[in-house]
Design a protein around this ligand. Structure first.
Ligand code: PMP
Length: 424
């Protein structure tokens, strides 16, 4: 992004116009929320059919109302196996949140030696995770909660900058993990290239218990007719002699119900046995009734793909609208650039350096709630103060139009004010 070469008079005119538009915006007394990537009620309605299903007998005759089946319903694991690129036998279907599986994986690694580990993570002098930025704030806060140090790594158009990742992982044995959202990443929409996945799987790591936290939250959330296919991390890790390196996570939170879906964990047989051994101390088995509801509702993999097509029909117009408004209001101004994702749930808006906090604060004062500036970076600190995450799925089109037009006004105001300040 290059700032437009406006002279002081022109800048003042632009700022005054933005200020007038902003005052009018505040007068409207809006109350709009673009903070989190939640499905809209209409998206949730798509899965209501699941609630009408009343069966309780699994394909192998198991009575799903009863205890047991720690690894999760086999027919549901079979449906999601290829979609998540995990052999069904190495896939666990669990409760409703993949984030809690990530949390529990870290807790168990702290308290019990991982396959290949020399000691428990809690016995290490220091633990660090690599965090490609911009990234997902809940990954970062989860690590912070356990005192795990966060090290930022820049994202490129092909995933994390692998030259940086390879160097850090090779030289620092205290780096135990890396957060990856490999497809339609939160928030940039970037998908990892085959070369990036291959290098992640094959790179030498100083820590014998280094793990890739492969959060494939948007595996089936396409916004085009040419779905992105990423390389198979588990297969590549195994081929490279690092069979235990990757933990794969996924869920139906943005497929069926965010509050009542199913989460998945996939990994090598050794890691799966390790995790099941620990999960089994805390539960006799997962909610198989919910697993069965999901399996009967989808029937097969194609059922999931078809269901996601319906989601796309509902959310694509929202992504298109954001792009149209931002283009109309900001294209060519040099004040901002933004991603045009081909899947996932977010648009990443980069405003002039040093302006993101002010944009978000101006928007809040105008009744438009955005994810806090900085949330896309470890410790909530975006050193360039530039990235803003837009979550367009939840509001209806009318509200979204108001919110994005309002946001564009805040961008024009905050950025022209900054430029004027610098020019004076
Ligand atoms: N991972 C990513 C990358 C996400 O964006 C989200 C939801 N915003 C989650 C995980 C949360 O997943 P779950 O609902 O399965 O806990």
């Amino acid at each position: 992004m290059t700032s437009s070469a406006l002279n002081l008079d022109e800048l003042t005119v632009q700022r005054d116009r933005a200020l007038r538009d902003y005052d009018a915006l505040v007068q409207r007394g809006l109350s709009l929320d673009l903070t989190r990537g939640k499905p809209s009620a209409r998206q949730l309605d798509l899965s209501d059919g699941m609630l009408a299903l009343s069966g309780h007998t699994a394909a192998d005759g198991t009575d799903c109302r009863n205890y047991g089946g720690l690894q999760g319903l086999p027919e549901l694991r079979a449906i999601f196996s290829r979609l998540l690129q995990v052999p069904a036998g190495q896939l666990i279907a669990a409760g409703n949140s993949s984030l809690s599986l990530m949390h529990d994986s870290i807790v168990h690694a702290l308290l019990a030696k991982l396959p290949g580990a020399e000691r428990r993570w809690v016995d290490e002098p220091r633990i660090a995770f690599l965090c490609p930025v911009p990234g997902y704030d809940r990954h970062f806060s989860l690590c912070e909660r356990f005192g795990i140090e966060l090290i930022s790594v820049p994202m490129t158009a092909e995933g994390p900058d692998m030259d940086v990742v390879e160097r850090l992982v090779l030289e620092d044995a205290q780096i135990k993990g890396i957060w990856c959202v490999p497809k339609y990443s939160n928030p940039s929409g970037v998908s990892y290239s085959d070369e990036t996945v291959r290098r992640l799987a094959a790179m030498p790591a100083a820590a014998p218990d280094f793990r890739i936290f492969w959060d494939n939250a948007y595996a089936v959330h396409h916004l085009t007719d040419t779905p992105v296919e990423i390389a198979d991390i588990l297969a590549l890790c195994a081929e490279s002699g690092n069979p235990d390196r990757a933990f794969v996570f996924g869920s139906t939170s943005k497929i069926t119900f965010s509050g009542g879906g199913v989460s998945f964990f996939g990994s090598s047989p050794a890691n799966v046995a390790w995790l099941l051994g620990h999960i089994g101390k805390g539960t006799i088995g997962p909610d198989k009734i919910n697993h069965l509801r999901h399996a009967e509702f989808f029937r097969d993999e194609d059922g999931v793909v078809e269901h996601m097509r319906r989601h796309r029909e509902l959310i694509q117009p929202k992504f298109d609208m954001v792009d149209t408004i931002l283009t109309k209001e900001l294209d060519g101004t040099g004040l901002a650039s933004w991603s045009s994702p081909t899947g996932g749930y977010f648009i990443s808006l980069d405003v002039l350096e040093g302006c993101a906090r002010q944009v978000v604060s101006r928007a809040a004062d105008a009744g438009i709630a955005l994810t806090p500036a900085g949330a896309t970076h470890p410790y909530g600190d975006d050193p360039r103060d530039s990235t803003i995450r837009i979550a367009p799925t939840y509001p209806d089109l009318e509200e979204l139009e108001l919110a994005i037009a309002g946001l564009a006004t805040c961008v024009r105001l905050a950025c022209t004010e900054k430029l004027l300040e610098q020019a004076q």
